[in-house]
Ligand binder design. Structure first.
Ligand code: NAD
Length: 260
């Protein structure tokens, strides 16, 4: 379904982003993966995508804290594959703390990586999409784009922000064959969720089991974690032709979380 398309997936050395990059490659796209981490496991993931799907896969080490490096990442797709048809803004970090104790540098980094990075990547990729009359921008937001939880002020602010960015760019690109949508997952079992368990235990005075069942899955009526494969499936739908009329949508994939 994505033959001759090129996709950039930010933050795809792990978790949701990696699942999306692999799903797009399986559908025939060239992919640019990105993210932080040790060189050897990243190269192994990159090579596995090429070997498993016969797709072409490049790695960009762009740090989402740098607008300049984000521009270089988009240029890499243009120089190698002739353009960026599909852009998935997925890189994200979390920090859990009461606002009075929230470290200033953590607040800044969350807004930079989870929100401002998408501004830079869209700014760099949209002109080519408009020129070719086709583009798909998929922002991985969160249920926290729609509702809040205590102790996640920076994350909730960034995710509400990306919902607004999604709708605005959707309007600006609507007549150019470019769609812009946001996926709002509930809790997905990835390193991002696993890593916040100790801080949530501390902030709320709970055990690990209590955090999983009484805090995380408490929010989700299905009592199940969303899977990375399910998020990748929705991203693939949004990237394809059937989704041409879906734009500016803020799509929940959250086990019913935001229904109550
Ligand atoms: P993850 O920690 O497994 O992966 C995050 C990815 O972002 C990694 O590849 C990491 O290297 C990359 N990254 C982090 N900082 C970066 C930086 N400065 N520059 C470049 N890359 C950077 O997390 P995940 O759970 O897969 O989350 C992916 C996205 O999904 C995030 O935007 C997150 O907010 C969102 N999300 C996750 C959940 C969940 O429950 N896991 C729920 C809703 C939304």
């Amino acid at each position: 379904a994505l033959a001759n398309r090129t996709a950039i997936v930010t933050g795809s050395t792990s978790g949701i982003g990696l699942a999306i990059a692999r799903r797009f490659a399986s559908a025939g796209a060239n992919v640019v993966i990105n993210g932080l981490g040790d060189a050897a496991p990243i190269e192994a993931e990159r090579a596995a995508i090429e070997a498993d799907f016969g797709a072409r896969c490049l790695y960009s080490p762009a740090n989402m804290l740098s607008g300049e490096e984000i521009g270089t990442m988009v240029q890499l797709a243009i120089d190698t594959f002739g353009g960026c048809d599909i852009l998935v803004n997925n890189a994200g970090i979390q920090h859990v703390a009461p606002i009075e104790e929230f470290p200033d540098d953590k607040w800044q980094a969350i807004i930079q990586i989870n929100l401002i990075a998408a501004f830079h990547s869209i700014k760099a990729a949209l002109p080519g999409m408009k020129q070719r009359g086709f583009g798909r921008i998929i922002n991985i937001a969160s249920a926290h784009a729609l509702v809040a939880s205590p102790y996640k002020s920076a994350y909730v602010a960034a995710k509400h922000g990306i919902a607004g960015l999604t709708k605005t760019v959707a309007l600006e690109a609507a007549t150019n064959g470019v769609t812009v949508n946001a996926i709002c997952p509930g809790y997905v079992w990835t390193p991002l969720v696993e890593k916040q368990i100790p801080d949530t235990m501390a902030a709320r005075g709970l055990t690990k089991e209590q955090v999983i069942h009484d805090v995380l899955l408490e929010a989700q009526p299905t009592k199940q974690f969303v899977t990375v494969e399910q998020v990748a499936g929705l991203a693939l739908y949004l990237a394809g032709g059937d989704a041409a009329s879906m734009t500016g949508a803020i799509l929940s994939l959250d086990g019913g979380w935001t229904a109550h």
